[in-house]
Design a protein around this ligand. Structure first.
Ligand SMILES: [Zn+2]
Length: 90
C-alpha cells in the first residue's frame, strides 16, 4: 500500500537517491520485487520518481493542478449522496 508523507529533511529517494528536501511531500510504498503489495519492503520515492513510476499523477482541479498519490481514488461523493457499492455486476 502507499502512503503520502512530508519529509523532515532526512529522507532519501530509493530511486534517484536524492535527499527529499524538508517539507516536500514524498511517497512510501510497500513493494516486493518492484511491485506494490499490501505489506512488504518500504520504498521511499520523491515526487518526480513517484510520477515516473505511476504512483502519483497530476489531477486537474478548480484552481490548478494538484498532485495526488492516489490516482485511483474514486470521485468525491456529493453531499446528500450516500456512497454504496453495488455488487450485482456479473
Ligand atoms: Zn527520486
Amino acid at each position: 500500500m502507499r502512503q503520502g508523507c512530508i519529509s523532515l529533511g532526512k529522507v532519501e529517494c530509493d530511486s534517484c537517491h536524492n535527499i527529499i528536501p524538508h517539507a516536500e511531500r514524498y511517497l512510501v510504498v510497500d513493494e516486493e520485487d518492484g511491485v506494490e503489495v499490501e505489506s512488504g519492503k518500504k520504498s521511499y520515492y520523491c515526487l518526480n520518481c513517484s510520477l515516473e513510476k505511476g504512483y502519483a499523477e497530476y489531477r486537474e482541479e478548480r484552481g490548478g493542478r494538484v498532485l495526488t498519490f492516489f490516482p485511483s481514488e474514486p470521485e468525491e461523493v456529493q453531499p446528500g449522496q450516500t456512497a454504496r457499492s453495488e455488487e450485482d455486476n456479473g
